[in-house]
Structures are given as structure tokens and as C-alpha cells.
Ligand binder design. Structure first.
Ligand code: AVJ
Ligand code: FE
Length: 380
């Protein structure tokens, strides 16, 4: 018999699990590699690490626990909006032993605060109700783990730690539970979109609302490497990031390796522009994010291997309210960013849900993104 853990113990366990993955990811690296700038569109890993700790300190230790910050106003250098990725190495951020100590000290304080607070369903503070702020910290660390993995693709000779390479096992043909070519018909009608009022979700997933959709069909499986290679050959288009020619075929060159492309695996590391061009070439189109969500609730094959670009701009749902801070979602709303749905092999399984909205600029390819095609049903 195992004792059922309390909600606080469950949160402490999940915080520890997230931190375990963070440490595992950087374990093969030395301080110089943590501080190195590999790409102007990604932060040095030392910034991500300090930012993870600082986010936890700001929301939990300072805001909820009313403690003073450990390093004065250092937090301003970890503000993602104030400090563009390309400038993050110029900042007087924490590094090396001091950085590791900061992560550990903030965590110790976050666990102290957890002892003190009421995280029940009736808690008065919406930050604490149902453990919201803890759920947010856990999800935030997971998301930065994925960003760190984006950067680690660029580190020559980096070996994914065993526990993380298990994740990579989810990306591949063996996980295609549906044969390519199969499509799922979705009837026209009203569909519920967004996260329910209870339970953890980001502000941009709420409020849940009804959306009218015309009948459409959607591919049961994301576009594969084999299909994408054919598109590249026929159109002379750019191959995905990390593809290089070798003989008649292609190899995948992430982490400085050269591995043959698996034709049945979903294509990954394509931009929105490329995804859109592929869908048109195939006589189809990208699904809207609403179509994607409605279809996901009916069951889509191959999800959770690659993020999937949609045709939708990242916009607020009707009645949106920023919570707990404007800079998570609201400042990104508009026509500059495109929505991605689903999740990739690098996404923590706890964060996969039909309502989850990811977003990025349409030219970006460093994210673990592919696509799935849809088609409108002819009227009549
Ligand atoms: C949802 C992945 C677009 O990285 O900008 C991390 C997640 N927000 N810290 C991002 C996020 C604040 C966000 N994305
Ligand atoms: Fe962040």
C-alpha cells in the first residue's frame, strides 16, 4: 500500500521533477558552454537558468511569500520583455557557482512558502486557488526546458542525457498510430473552444466559448519527412533547419551529428511560411487553431511529437482577462505571431492539452514545429 500524497506533496514532487530535468539538461555542459551565445534568437543557457529561478522568486517568494529578493533588483535583467534574446549575454546576470546557488536558495524558499499557504479550491487569493502559482511555475520551467533543448540542438557533440533521450523516442515513425493518408472528417457546427474555468490553464486559453465551424477534414497524422522531401525536390524550396544533403537523400545534423532522416517521422523545424507553402502545394491548407482544437477533442494521431502550425494569428478570446501578468500573453496578441497547437517530443507531457496555445513568429524554425493539413468540405 502506498499512501496517497497530499496536494502539497504532489506539488513538491512535480517541482523536484521539473528541476531534475533542468539539471539533467545542463549536466553535460561546463560553465563556458552555459554562458556561450549560440544564436541571436536564443538566450545563453545561463540566462534561462537565472530566469527560471527569478520567475519563481518573483511570483512565489516575493509576491505570495512576502520575502525580500535575494539579489536586490537583479530581476530586471531576467525580464523577457525588457531584455531581447540577442542582448542577454551582455547583462550582469548570475553565472557559474552563484547561479547554481541562486536556483537552490530560491527553491528552498519556495518550499518554505508552500508549507505556509492555503492552496485549496476555496483559497481567497486567485494566485493560490487550486495551487495556481505553483502550477504556473512548474509549467514555466517545463517551457524553458523546451527552449533550452532548442538551443542544445545547436551544441556540437551534445549528448542528450538518458532520461531526456527517452523523450526523443516519442519522436519517430513508431509513434505514428495512424497510417499517413488517412483523414478525419469533422462535421460543421458549434464547438467549445478553450480551457474550462477550473483547473490550471494560461490566461490566453480562457474564457471557454463557442465557435461556429464549417465542415472540414483534417489529416490524421502530421506531414512526414518523406512527404516534405518530395515537396523540397519538386519546388526547389528550402529544406527544414538541420537538414543537409547526403548523396540522394538528406541527413539530420542537430547536435553536430549526421543521422539519416526517417521518412515516416513527422517533419520538424519548418517555419510557418514553409508549412503554409507545403499545404498549398499539397492542394490543402493549414487548419485554423479552432479547427485543430475541435479535431483534437475527437482524437488526432501523432500529436505530442511536433508542434503544429495553424493558420491563426495569436489573438485574445472574447472576454479575455490577463492573469496573472500582461506579459505572458497580452503583449503578444496581434497579427505578428502565429499559433501552434499540440506539443513536441520536448514538451512535458503534463502540458499537453487540446486548449494549449503556443505561438511564434512565422519565420522561426528553431522550435520543434511541423504541420498537419486540413481541407474545407465543399458545400452541398
Ligand atoms: C509560449 C513558448 C511562446 O517562450 O515566449 C516562457 C513561453 N513565457 N516564459 C515564450 C514563456 C514566459 C513562451 N511561449
Ligand atoms: Fe519565461
Amino acid at each position: 500500500m502506498t499512501a496517497k500524497s497530499s496536494p502539497k506533496e504532489a506539488i513538491a514532487d512535480r517541482l523536484a521533477e521539473a528541476r531534475g530535468r533542468t539539471h539533467e539538461l545542463i549536466e553535460p555542459l561546463d560553465d563556458e558552454q552555459l554562458n556561450r551565445v549560440h544564436s541571436p534568437i536564443l538566450s545563453p543557457l545561463a540566462w534561462d537558468l537565472g530566469h527560471i529561478a527569478n520567475f519563481e522568486e518573483l511570483w512565489l517568494v516575493q509576491t505570495v511569500g512576502s520575502r525580500e529578493p535575494l539579489h536586490g533588483d537583479l530581476g530586471r535583467f531576467y525580464d523577457a520583455i525588457e531584455n531581447p534574446r540577442k542582448d542577454r549575454n551582455e547583462l550582469p546576470i548570475l553565472r557559474d557557482a552563484e547561479l547554481r546557488a541562486y536556483l537552490a536558495e530560491v527553491r528552498e524558499r519556495a518550499l518554505d512558502v508552500l508549507e505556509e499557504v492555503d492552496i485549496g479550491a476555496d483559497a481567497e487569493d486567485p494566485l493560490l486557488r487550486d495551487g495556481f502559482v505553483y502550477e504556473m511555475l512548474i509549467a514555466h520551467e517545463h517551457q524553458h526546458n523546451e527552449t533550452m533543448l532548442q538551443l542544445l540542438q545547436m551544441v556540437d557533440g551534445y549528448e542528450l542525457p538518458a532520461a531526456v533521450s527517452e523523450l526523443l523516442g516519442r519522436y519517430g515513425p513508431e509513434n505514428s498510430d495512424t497510417p499517413p493518408g488517412e483523414t478525419i472528417p469533422v462535421a460543421g457546427g458549434e464547438y467549445e473552444i478553450g480551457a474550462p474555468a477550473r483547473g490550471f490553464a494560461y490566461d490566453n486559453e480562457r474564457p471557454r466559448h463557442m465557435v461556429e465551424l464549417a465542415a472540414f477534414e483534417i489529416d490524421a497524422f502530421p506531414v512526414t519527412n518523406g512527404e516534405y522531401a518530395q515537396f523540397v525536390e519538386e519546388t526547389g524550396g528550402e529544406p527544414p533547419l538541420y537538414w543537409e544533403r547526403e548523396g540522394d537523400g538528406w541527413v539530420h545534423t542537430a547536435m553536430g551529428r549526421r543521422e539519416p532522416i526517417a521518412p515516416e517521422a513527422p517533419v520538424i523545424h519548418v517555419s510557418w511560411h514553409e508549412a503554409d507553402a507545403f499545404a498549398r502545394w499539397a492542394g490543402k491548407r493549414l487548419p485554423s487553431e479552432h479547427e485543430w482544437e475541435a479535431a483534437a477533442r475527437l482524437g488526432l494521431g501523432g500529436t505530442g511529437q511536433v508542434w503544429e502550425w495553424t493558420s491563426s494569428d495569436f489573438l485574445a478570446y472574447p472576454g479575455f482577462e490577463a492573469f496573472p501578468y500582461r506579459e505572458y500573453s497580452e503583449v503578444f496578441f496581434g497579427d505578428a505571431y502565429k499559433v501552434l497547437r499540440g506539443g513536441s517530443w520536448a514538451t512535458h507531457r503534463d502540458d499537453l492539452r487540446p486548449s494549449f496555445r503556443n505561438w511564434d513568429l512565422p519565420e522561426r524554425r528553431q522550435i520543434f514545429a511541423g504541420l498537419r493539413c486540413a481541407r474545407s468540405k465543399d458545400a452541398g
